[in-house]
Design a protein around this ligand. Structure first.
Ligand SMILES: O=C(O)[C@@H](O)C(=O)CO
Ligand SMILES: [Mg+2]
Length: 253
């Protein structure tokens, strides 16, 4: 079985953020991720993760908060300075939290200049944080209209073009299904460059057993393919988080 992480931005939201760590560990997760951890001091988050015995798997480059603000700037021409200062902030948090991956968010822009900007910023970031693992993640256009990265083949192309050993693909099966209609085919097509996985039920983005993707089969496939990364639960629980965890194999890790 893969190792499972809880996305604490979306799971256990019945609890204050610092209490979600213990709840995740109690439920059987061995890792956690927070999309935008910037509202709390990194040392408090780090203490909570260590106290619960959890690995910190991933954070995103800012915006500063989850409730509002754009999703990054990496592909936005003219926002290079903002991108760089945001990236450095993400890097400081990632170091303090010993986070495994930093998801570099593209932002809202289109066309060749956005592509060039994204590549240049990714090259800069990959070199600046050569010890860190960076990811990019296509988001479906219904949820994020105008977001630059909404295509897995394009993401693969960009990763090849940047050519940095510390940049890979973040495969979110929910977005993959909404973008292509076949999340499992996306996994098979791109598994060579996938270094982080997020899952949810499709199409509601609830628990991963309530939808069209056969997750037990996908988990078996990940094992067979030798996937060594994390699988993060990134969904909106239909009710209380703990009541919807029947899909989680009890012994992850
Ligand atoms: O899938 C998502 O929505 C997230 O992984 C994300 O990073 C968007 O901000
Ligand atoms: Mg995701």
């Amino acid at each position: 079985m893969p190792r499972f992480a809880a996305n604490l931005t979306m799971l256990f939201t019945e609890l204050p953020m610092l209490d979600r760590f213990a709840a995740a560990a109690e439920a059987g997760f061995t890792g956690v991720e927070i999309l935008f951890p910037y509202d709390l001091p990194a040392r408090d988050l780090s203490r909570a993760a260590i106290a619960a015995g959890l690995d910190f798997v991933l954070l995103n480059t800012p915006p500063p908060n989850w409730a509002g603000g754009p999703r990054g700037f990496a592909a936005e021409p003219g926002r290079e300075e903002r991108f760089r200062s945001d990236f450095d902030r993400a890097l400081r948090f990632a170091e303090a939290l010993r986070a495994r991956h930093i998801h570099v968010m593209a932002g809202y822009a289109q066309g060749p200049s956005a592509r060039d900007t994204f590549i240049a910023n990714l090259r800069w970031a990959a070199e600046r944080a050569s010890h860190a693992s960076l990811t990019i993640e296509p988001l479906n256009p219904a949820d994020q209209p105008g977001y630059f990265l909404a295509d897995f083949d394009l993401a693969a192309e960009l990763i090849a073009e940047v050519g940095a050993p510390n940049l890979g693909l973040q495969y979110d099966s929910y977005h993959a299904h909404l973008i292509t209609g076949d999340a499992v085919a996306v996994w098979h097509r791109h598994k060579g460059i996938i270094r982080h996985i997020q899952i949810a039920g499709v199409p509601e983005r609830h628990e991963p057993l309530e939808g069209t993707i056969d997750y037990p089969a996908l988990f078996a496939d990940l094992d067979q393919s030798g996937y060594r990364g994390w699988v993060s639960a990134e969904y909106n629980p239909a009710g209380l988080t703990a009541q919807g965890l029947g899909w989680l194999p009890r012994r992850s890790g």
